[in-house]
Ligand binder design. Structure first.
Ligand code: AHR
Length: 496
């Protein structure tokens, strides 16, 4: 089982926008309440934010967090979440059949993001609401003062504008599960008009139009084309969403699913560029993969109707899931020239790298680690590497390389980083990597995450069962690296 990589500093595949390492916090289950916010918890700060959770989010160096949904946003009135907390309404959230207390709203979430060093990717409600609520929210958040909504923010205690740069025009508007679902034409028109008005309030903002809620929707591709036909001149990004799972217990097939993400991205690029040609436009639409992850251990049902912060979508991840997350991150990086924003869905408790117990511990799931490594080390430019690898066929894919890898040049840190997954379930992979274009380069660190049992995971009682360790046996001589990547493993090689 062998593979080779040749990396040359002269061949750049794409500049990485740091927002590629975004995440997502939705008012869903225990993501907000009992997740980021739990007043009364021994580790809560004076605002009620859990310090242990904040610390882990900082470790991930999350640059951007999508908020407040997701499906939730399509029924959300942002005005319910601002002003004195005691006056905020308790509302039925029809997306997750829960009760929303509105204790946390826009301003509190902005405060929390500031504390963890992240920007917000704010979604507006284009399900039950429209242009007016959207432009008012931009005014509330971004206008310095001297107008009705900006003065309202100041009166609520936030003197300085939040200056939110990235905005989503609704969420998954093609989905039958969405409150206020629309046809592509209905949505395209609404998104264009909302975008116009929002940008009139603040010309500096960037806007994301909704693509299909997944590649498997019957309307996929037509939806994208129609929406872009209406919005092309007004938006900067088109969104993609995709979740992957292993319901049939076919691990070889599951581990190949990043190939699906790869072809999904290529298809959406083609549609964007077709619309560019059709419109004779000079502008290129970029991609925002603003929901992606492994999600299949739990469903979306809430058996605890109208509960506050019910335990839903609390997937417990294993090593195999982390490897898939690693391959998905590598795939996003390979498309860094067009995918400028991506949000792992989600951040805390809900299909998340971080889990918490009410009143108790917080711990890192297996998927925390590839996300952290790529976010922390993978800044700069993606280099085009030449890769050969032994391959296999699985149920849905042919020619799946055992090696999934990407190389990043971080000029600021003076580092080259290789991220690699060995998909093989039984055998190690002998990797030869040619780095001769980097004169005098040395191996700084080899990190590996593996486990004998690919189904092993972490829990409150056993938080470090699956965690990265220092790898051994990597040798670099005359610019040529040889390393043995263990079976089903996640690997990070740092060179300086
Ligand atoms: O991330 C969970 C949900 O998945 C989001 O609310 C929705 O947009 C998607 O269907």
């Amino acid at each position: 089982n062998k593979a080779t990589m040749a990396i040359d500093r002269r061949y750049v595949a794409g500049e990485i926008d740091n927002r590629l390492y975004g995440s997502f916090v939705e008012h869903l289950g225990r993501a907000v309440y009992e997740g980021i916010y739990e007043p009364g918890h021994p580790l809560a700060d004076e605002r009620g934010f859990r310090k242990d959770v904040m610390e882990m989010v900082r470790e991930l160096q999350v640059p951007l967090i999508r908020y407040p949904g997701g499906n939730f946003v399509s029924g959300y009135n942002w005005e319910d979440g601002v002003g004195p907390v005691s006056e905020r309404p308790r509302k039925l959230d029809l997306a997750w059949l829960s009760t929303e207390t509105n204790e946390i709203g826009t301003n509190e979430f902005m405060e929390w993001c500031k504390a963890v060093g992240a920007e917000v990717n704010m979604a507006v409600n284009l399900g039950t609401r429209g242009v007016d609520a959207a432009r008012n929210l931009v005014e509330y958040c971004n206008h310095p003062g001297g107008s009705y909504y900006s003065d309202m923010r100041i009166a609520h205690g936030w003197k300085d504008p939040h200056n939110i740069k990235t905005w989503c025009l609704g969420n998954e508007m093609d989905g039958p599960w969405q409150i206020g679902r629309k046809t592509a034409t209905e949505y395209g028109r609404l998104a264009a008009e909302a975008a116009k008005a929002m940008r009139w309030v603040d010309p500096s903002i960037e806007l994301v139009a909704c693509g299909s809620s997944s590649q498997t929707m019957d309307t996929f591709a037509d939806w994208e084309a129609t929406v872009l036909d209406h919005t092309y001149d007004y938006v900067d990004y088109l969104s993609l969403h995709s979740y992957y799972g292993n319901r049939s217990g076919d691990s070889a097939n599951f581990l190949a699913k990043s190939l699906d993400m790869d072809s999904f991205i290529s298809s959406v690029i083609s549609i964007c560029d077709y619309m560019k040609a059709k419109k004779r436009s000079k502008k290129k639409i970029m991609l925002s993969f603003d929901e992606w992850n492994v999600w299949y251990h739990t469903g979306a049902d809430n058996p605890n109707r109208w509960a506050v912060a019910p335990h839903i979508l609390e997937d417990v991840y294993n090593l195999e899931d982390a490897l898939v997350v690693g391959t998905l991150l590598i795939t996003l990086l390979k498309h860094a020239d067009r995918v400028k924003i991506a949000c792992q869905a989600q951040l805390v408790n809900v299909i998340a790298p971080i889990m918490t117990e009410k009143g108790g511990a917080a711990w890192k799931q297996t998927i925390f680690y590839p996300y952290m490594h790529v976010s922390v080390f993978g800044r700069g430019t993606v280099l085009q590497s030449q890769v050969t690898s032994a391959k296999y066929d699985s149920k849905d894919f042919t020619d799946v390389p055992y090696l999934e890898s990407v190389a990043v040049l971080n000029e600021e840190a003076g580092e080259v980083i290789v991220f690699a997954v060995n998909r093989h379930l039984e055998e190690a992979l002998e990797l030869d990597c040619d780095l001769r274009s980097f004169e005098g380069i040395a191996l700084l660190e080899y990190i590996v995450m593996d486990h004998d049992n690919s189904k092993a995971g972490n829990s409150a009682g056993s938080p470090n069962e699956v965690a990265p360790r220092q790898g051994s046996g990597a040798a670099l001589s005359d610019g040529k690296l040889t390393v043995r990547l263990p079976k089903h493993s996640w690997n990070v090689l740092r060179f300086k």
